[in-house]
Ligand binder design. Structure first.
Ligand code: SF4
Ligand code: SF4
Length: 118
């Protein structure tokens, strides 16, 4: 009986207590610009050397040329489920075609949506 009273008191108290967790910000996270988040890709400067792909420890990035050797049509795809945001691909790129942004709100409901074009 005593236990039940204790529990009722606890439940009643918690009704008036502030939540102990921070609410999800829905993409409005404000992070320091030193945070390594989503990558930015510049297809105009990319020379299709694929060093970023070679050096990525998780195989998260894919560079695709849909054009020819002389007339490139470059695209970069990132599996945000595999990426550990280490920044190695950006460090390996001699053309600065890849860089880190502080965007970190990348959650998706479906697994297939985790791979995005940069
Ligand atoms: S390392 Fe840089 S230049 Fe080379 S394929 Fe990757 S993004 Fe393009
Ligand atoms: S940030 Fe790291 S894990 Fe993500 S694609 Fe670049 S090298 Fe791969």
């Amino acid at each position: 009986m005593k236990r039940r009273e204790d529990m009722t008191r606890m439940v009643f108290k918690s009704l008036f207590r502030k939540p102990s967790t921070i609410q999800y910000m829905g993409g409005k996270l404000s992070l320091d610009n030193r945070v390594r988040g989503l990558l930015r890709y510049d297809p105009a400067t990319c020379i299709d050397c694929k060093l970023c792909m070679r050096d990525c420890p998780t195989g998260a990035i894919r560079i695709v040329n849909n054009g020819t050797k002389t007339e490139r049509d470059m695209h970069a795809y990132l599996d945000t489920g595999l990426c550990i945001f280490c920044g190695q691909c950006a460090d390996s790129c001699s053309k600065n075609s890849l860089s880190c942004t502080s965007k970190a709100d990348l959650s998706q409901l479906k697994h297939d949506d985790l791979t995005i074009e940069l």
